[in-house]
Design a protein around this ligand. Structure first.
Ligand code: PRP
Length: 207
């Protein structure tokens, strides 16, 4: 699986705010939003563009538009905090939604919402989820998208654990990964260490 780690000083400082247990919900959301810009910027690096002519106040000039804007698919809840910034950067994007809660005991994904276009053939898709821990939630989401015909899927995450990357890779699903940082490991509760806690709770409060 193609994996890009966004290694940048500004990304590192925003990630530090997200890790810091003293950051309140608002500070956490603001840092996630800023970091999402950088992750999406990197994810769009190889996007095809179409040229068209615009006129400046002085003369004609070459203009560009994104040839195939991605469908943005946040994985609820935590992925919601990435939508606004991703849509601001790619205003033509549509948004679909997948809700998956990880069972605290088994760590298996429990789906509870699916709102997606029926046919994703030829549709570029960006899945937004800050955390890739065991990989169960992303595997589930990416397989839903692949079942609808998507073959060009990018998972955009803030933090990943090596086990989650391996699980996604071994799934054989058509996905690449753009991630802010790869952390050390999972603990016994399948939390990323050192991680940042529960990205849903840290944005919106405990369930
Ligand atoms: C978290 C996180 C991912 C998932 C990662 O969500 O936002 O979706 O767990 O874990 P995995 O890779 O082991 O599947 P959670 O289930 O806590 O729901 P929330 O976003 O509503 O807090």
């Amino acid at each position: 699986m193609r994996t890009v780690v966004v290694n940048h000083p500004l990304a590192a400082t925003l990630l530090t705010t997200m890790r810091d247990e003293r950051s309140d919900n608002a500070a956490f959301r603001a840092a996630l939003s800023g970091l999402t810009s950088m992750l999406v910027y990197e994810a769009m690096r190889s996007a095809a563009v179409e040229e068209f002519e615009v006129r400046t106040p002085v003369a004609p000039a070459r203009g560009y538009r994104i040839a195939r804007p991605p469908l943005l698919v946040p994985v609820l809840r935590a992925g919601l905090g990435m939508v606004s910034q991703a849509s601001a950067l790619i205003p033509e994007s549509r948004v679909g939604f997948v809700g998956v809660a990880r069972d605290e005991a088994t760590h298996q994904p429990v789906p509870y919402l699916e709102s997606l276009p029926a046919d994703l053939t030829d549709q570029v898709v960006f899945v937004l989820d800050p955390m890739l821990a065991t990989g169960g939630s992303l595997r589930y989401t990416v397989s839903l998208l692949a079942d609808r015909g998507a073959t060009d899927i990018t998972a955009i995450c803030v933090i990943a654990a090596p086990a989650g990357i391996a699980a996604l890779d071994e799934s054989g699903l058509p996905v690449r990964l753009v991630v802010g940082v790869i952390d050390e490991r999972l603990d016994d509760a399948a939390f990323i260490v050192p991680g940042l806690g529960d990205a849903g709770d840290r944005q919106f409060g405990p369930r």
